[in-house]
Design a protein. Structure first.
Length: 77
């Protein structure tokens, strides 16, 4: 499939430079970047839906689990 996409000039410049430096085509790099973005976004959406379903089912972390999390990872800034 061929698609037409408007790319900002600054990104086009970076894409061209990177493609030249890596001896790869711009299309290869765009496809690789798009694939990565789509995979990350789909994973995020799947996890978000799972967590919403858990919350809807009343499955929440206990106070002790939350306390342990912050003891391990620190308080938010």
């Amino acid at each position: 499939m061929t698609a037409t996409v408007a790319i900002r000039p600054d990104l086009q410049t970076q894409l061209g430079s990177l493609a030249t430096e890596m001896h790869r085509s711009e299309s290869e790099l765009v496809n690789e970047a798009l694939e990565s973005y789509l995979q990350r976004t789909q994973t995020y959406i799947t996890r978000l839906k799972q967590r919403v379903a858990e919350a809807d089912a009343g499955q929440f972390a206990t106070d002790k689990e939350v306390e342990n999390f912050f003891l391990t990872h620190g308080e938010p800034d």
